[in-house]
Design a protein around this ligand. Structure first.
Ligand code: UD1
Length: 429
């Protein structure tokens, strides 16, 4: 088991390059299964979630391989298998997209309920309701295997009573080649929804309105191959913005779409941090003082839930009382227990966390509870006095490409070690 060892106190300074969006890439890789031809996907982040999907595609009988750094070639023209058992999909939440993609292309799919980070109940009822509206029947077999079938998929009007990123993407997949028009109302508007629609359109689909809450999809007969570049990762960029603020640093975050970062920039400005936007980069610099703030997570364009653990960690350094309300997931404060180990004064009641900030965090051994919580604990380690060890970093590897290398490039004192290994670096005790 590997861990990060961090010596806190260094100011992050310099430039960092953001990778392709993990949440977008995992959807696009699965979307390529619907294409009768070769897809070249560029700017794919080299993280364990994308590697897992590459394996899944090869196990399903498609051909997926990295042909260059971050360039993935997928040929699913010979794909015949529509079954993805639990052993194949358990590691990754985005494997639920296999349902929409296989159903859309073959009118049948047998996929086990997906795995992924555990921050509360993660139902797929909206996905299934959407497939039913398009004419599919399904049964759930022993072991949570969802067996979906349709004689023919036909366009339908679908209103989603909860805004769901995954269900919006899955319904887009199933509808892309259905007969007639599908309208999704109350659709999710996250940047990766737009990216998925752009990808499918560039392969011959007819999808309009992605990025608004009404998406219209006119089914086409088939999708052809092509080349597409994944958008920059909004959450990775937000993580480095918060890490820069947390260390009172000065960092130029490159290869970003500043518009996708508006809710994060606004919150950092409110906290007294300097944020300067350029065409495809953003500079974040501390001013030696953080103001308290209240944060409510919301679907896009609200403050992203995936940055909630990071902004809460930052708020432990802001003098006064801040409140963070989690509106998307019902159990996303499990990491707070770990922050408390580091001396943070945070109380949680249901979906509300109250932070009495301003005290110094103290380096401690802590354990990642999920992907973004793991990144937040690393930021806590950068803020803390002394040495922090972050265990369970396999979660962080799911979504951050070369995390410690990028942080070290900015001056952080962080190393990756096998648990039990003695330190080799003189800079870290
Ligand atoms: C995606 C992101 C995840 C992010 C989340 C919210 C990917 C791979 N993952 O997850 O990082 O935290 O969006 O921005 O893109 N819900 C239902 N029924 C459903 C589906 C969802 O009630 O059928 C509820 C969930 O319990 C949750 C809310 O809807 O409370 C949002 O979930 P959703 O947007 O679907 O999240 P994911 O797509 O799983």
């Amino acid at each position: 088991m590997e861990k990060y060892v961090i010596l806190g106190g260094a100011r992050l300074e310099g430039e960092v390059e953001i990778s392709g969006a993990k949440n977008s890439a995992v959807a696009l890789i699965v979307a390529a299964l619907m294409v009768d031809g070769v897809c070249i996907i560029e700017n794919v982040p080299l993280v364990s979630d994308t590697y897992v999907l590459v394996d899944i595609i090869n196990q399903l009988g498609g051909r997926a391989e990295f042909v260059d750094k971050s360039v993935l070639k997928i040929d699913a023209s010979c794909l015949e298998c529509c079954e993805a058992p639990y052993e194949m999909v358990r590691k990754i939440r985005a494997s639920s997209y296999l349902m929409g993609a296989l159903l859309g292309r073959f009118q049948k799919a047998k996929v086990a309920m997906p795995g992924g980070c555990d921050f509360g109940v993660r139902p797929i009822d909206l996905h299934l309701k959407g497939f039913e509206a398009l004419g599919a029947d399904y049964s759930v077999e022993a072991g949570g295997i969802v067996d979906l079938r349709a004689e023919e998929l036909c366009g339908a009007s679908i209103y989603m009573d909860t805004v769901s990123v995954g269900a919006t993407i899955n319904i887009m997949f199933a509808a892309a080649m259905a007969k007639g028009q599908t309208i999704i109302e109350n659709a999710a508007k996250e940047p990766h929804i737009v990216d998925v629609a752009n990808f499918l359109n560039s392969m011959g689909a007819n999808i309009k309105g992605a990025g608004t809450d009404v998406i219209k999809i006119k089914g086409v007969k088939s999708l052809h191959g092509g080349t597409y570049t994944v958008i920059p990762d909004q959450i990775e960029a937000g993580t480095f913005m918060i890490a820069a603020a947390a260390t009172d640093g000065d960092v130029l975050i490159k290869n970003v779409i500043p518009k996708h970062l508006d809710s994060i920039s606004a919150k950092l400005l409110e906290m007294g941090v300097v944020v300067e936007e350029f065409d495809d980069s953003i500079r974040v610099a501390g001013t030696g003082f953080l103001k308290k703030a209240n944060v409510r997570t919301m679907p896009h364009p609200g403050f992203p839930t995936d940055l909630q653990p990071l902004i809460l960690t930052l708020l432990t350094g802001a003098k006064g009382t801040s409140i963070v309300t989690e509106n998307v997931w019902d159990n996303r404060f499990r990491y707070v227990e770990e922050l408390r180990r580091m001396g943070a004064n945070v109380s949680v009641d249901g979906r509300i966390a109250v932070i009495e900030g301003g005290g110094k965090l103290i380096g401690s051994p802590v354990s990642s509870t999920d992907l973004r919580a793991g990144a937040a604990l690393v930021v806590a380690g950068l803020m803390a006095d002394g040495v922090t060890e972050v265990f369970n970093i396999k979660y962080i590897d799911r979504g951050y490409e070369e995390f410690e290398k990028k942080l070290r490039g900015l001056g952080a004192q962080i190393t990756r070690r096998v648990d039990g290994e003695k330190g080799k670096s003189a800079t870290i005790a």
